[in-house]
Structure formats: C-alpha cells, structure tokens
Design a protein around this ligand. Structure first.
Ligand code: ASP
Ligand code: MG
Length: 391
C-alpha cells in the first residue's frame, strides 16, 4: 500500500465526462489498496472566465476580493470530484484550503505557502477516504482566502506531498511529459523519461508551460520527484528529480518566449540601478540587460514583455528612450551548455539561418538569444536539429 499524491489540472476536470474518467481511474487504484490524496484545479478555462468577469466590473481587479472570486473554481472541482467518487462507491471528502489549513504568507494573488495542517488529511486517509484538496488557494493566519498565482495548483500539490512525507507527486495534465522542444513546432521533438530539477526550472522559466516553476523549486527543496503525465492516456510520463545522467554534457531542451520588447535608454550620467530600478518598479520582469559606456554616454537596454511596455515607458525618468517590439527569446537548456564552445555553436547555427541576434544571456545551463519574433519557429527547429537530434 502506498500513499499517492495526485494533482489534476484544469483539462483533466474540464467537464463531467472528464471528472468521471478520473474518478474511475482513482477507484481502480483504491481497489489495489492505495491511499490517495488528490489536488484539483478549477475546470479548464474557468479561472480565465472569472478574471474576465471581474474585469468587466473593474479594469484592474486585484487583491483580496479577486482571491475570493478565483478560489471558487477549485471549490467546484473538489465537490464534483467527491460526488463522482461517492457515486462509484468510493468514500471521498473534499476540503478547501481554509478548511484544511493551508496557511499562506505574502500578497494576495501571489501568496506563498508557509505550512499545511495535515492532521485531518491523515485521519481521513486512515478512515479509508480519498481526500480531495482544492489547489491554487490558501488562507492567511487571519482567515482571508488567498491564491498562489496562475498555475499554482502544481505548487499546492508538491507542498502537500512534502507535508505528508511523500516521495513522489503525480501531476496529471493533457500532455504526456516534458519534450525536448514544443512538439507542435519541432517535428523531431522527443519525450524525456526524466529530467533534472534545474533543467526543468530553466525550461519553465524559458517558456515551456508545463509546470508552475515554484512547484519544481519546492520539489527540489524536499527531494520529491514530480511525475508529469497525462490523464488522457495514463501512460508513464516524465520524472523530474535529481540529476541521474552519467554523461553530463547533454543539451536537453529548446524553449521559446514570444511577445518581447527591447527597451533602450541613452544619455549622459545614466545610473544602471536607477534606470533598471524604475522599470522593475513598474511591474515588468527584466531580462537580458546590456550596459555600454562610451565617451561620456551610457546606453542601457533590457528585455521586457510587451504588455509592460507602456508602464515601463512612463516609469523611466531620464534619458532618450527607444524600443523595438516583436522580439522573442530562444533558449538552449541543459547541463551540456557548460561545455566549451556551445555558445559559439548556437550563434553559428543562427547565423547560418540568417537570424540576427539582438541580445544574449548565459547561465550554467541556459544560453538564451533574443531574436526577431518572425524567426522564432525556424530558430527552434534549426537548434533542435543540430544540437539535439544529431547527438
Ligand atoms: N485554476 C488556476 C489557474 O488557472 C490554478 C491552476 O490551474 O493551477 O491558474
Ligand atoms: Mg497548470
């Protein structure tokens, strides 16, 4: 008998048919004698719809009341799932985060989990129940409902797994694992059977949308494996865990982010900290910063998401500002990036494709190039072909 912690994303519980399909599968595993804790997301699309409704009342909804609204989606899913299981003769009980005690700190709409009270879960498991917990939500010590940020149910599941001492958390979604590139774009993309925490965090941060990156950071902290898999075929997916490869010099993935803008500021006596500080206070996440100083003139540039351009422009107080829209970032990820010459090979591949590079950032396991958005698909295919398919 094992304790299974399983998270089901929005597409897995999108409608009554999907909820029933998941319930049948859970029933089969209960019959095998396992104990099951489920963490469930809102039905697919519902969180977006709730945000749209809020926006029709207030153009910039945020804070406490938005959390009260958004947390309702997950509450619908847990109740329906419990009813579906009961209908199949399986004892099941649902809990919101407030009922259970998933205590969060930090701001509304992006709260962080501080602790989870597990007594009730353990007692109900011992009494033979499937315990169904609402993902994405928490409660402040003062009793206010919070949410963890979009996609946060993955993090709820890993946090609950950690609190219960689980070694692995299954995350069920609509893709059957982590691929070496987006299979809709790159024909030769292959599914990984396993991938390291570090590589997954980089992939998630570079545009691969499969997992909430905080969930992977949390899994790494507690040494929990995440098994990312599909509830549409129930096959083995990808395990995210400690690095297992003997051969370290491999490149594991190509990822991309679109809708980026490069903002450049030029002037005399510009301060890097003041300029970058102003842009980040405007709410934009800043990537790939360059800083040039020549003959008394400074040029600072950085990459931000296009949606933050207006607020960034109004935050910059000094210097001449220019910008270039329609950029993308293509990233090459893997421990193999460390090996000598990989960056040069990446530039060579892009240059042979006639793709201009507007900026570069490198870390231990990630080489990212800023390129025109219109070239991003071609760049992913070319890099994948030469760096992954020929290895
Ligand atoms: N329902 C939330 C969202 O759509 C949380 C999640 O699905 O993980 O962002
Ligand atoms: Mg998700």
């Amino acid at each position: 008998m094992a304790l299974l912690v399983e998270k089901y994303g929005g597409t897995s519980v999108k409608n009554v048919t999907r909820v029933m399909e998941v319930a049948y599968n859970v029933r089969d595993r209960i019959k095998e004698g396992h104990q099951i804790v489920m963490v469930v997301s809102a039905p697919g699309g519902m969180t977006d719809e709730l945000i749209e409704r809020a926006k029709s009342i207030n153009s910039n909804p945020r804070g406490r009341e938005l959390d009260v609204l958004l947390s309702t989606g997950e509450q619908i899913s847990i109740a329906l799932m419990a009813m579906a299981l009961e209908n199949l003769g399986v004892k099941a009980i649902s809990y919101t985060a407030s009922q259970l005690g998933i205590i969060t700190v930090g701001e509304h709409n992006s709260a962080r989990i501080k602790e989870i009270h597990t007594e009730m879960v353990k007692r109900k498991l011992d009494e033979g129940y499937v315990v169904i917990v609402a993902g994405f939500q928490g409660v402040t010590p003062g009793g206010a409902v919070t949410t963890l940020g979009r996609g946060g149910s993955d993090t709820s599941a890993v946090a609950l797994g950690a609190a219960l001492g689980a070694r692995e958390v299954d995350i069920y979604t609509d893709v059957d694992g982590v691929y070496s590139a987006d299979p809709r774009i790159v024909e030769g993309a292959v599914k990984h059977s396993d991938i390291s925490y570090e590589e997954m965090i980089e992939m998630a941060g570079s545009g691969a949308k499969v997992l909430h990156s905080r969930s992977v950071e949390l899994a790494a902290k507690y040494g929990i494996d995440i098994h990312l898999r599909s509830s549409f075929n129930w096959r083995e997916g990808t395990r995210i865990g400690e690095e297992k490869h003997m051969e370290k010099h491999v490149i594991r993935g190509i990822a991309a982010t679109e809708n980026l803008t490069k903002v450049s500021i030029e002037g005399r006596c510009l301060s890097l900290s003041d300029t970058i500080g102003a842009i980040s206070r405007s709410g934009a996440n800043i990537d790939v910063i360059t800083h040039n100083y020549q003959r008394g003139r400074t040029e600072i540039s950085c990459i931000i998401k296009e949606e933050y351009l207006d607020s960034a422009l109004s935050a910059i107080e000094t210097g001449e500002v220019s910008w270039r829209k329609e950029l993308a970032k293509v990233s090459v990820i893997g421990l193999g990036v460390k090996s000598k010459g990989t960056a040069a090979t990446v530039f060579d591949i892009l240059s042979r494709e006639g793709i201009e590079v507007e900026g570069v950032s490198c870390s231990e396991i990630n080489i990212s190039c800023i390129i025109p958005e219109e070239d991003v698909k071609r760049a992913q295919c070319a890099l994948h072909k030469e760096l992954i398919e020929t290895e």
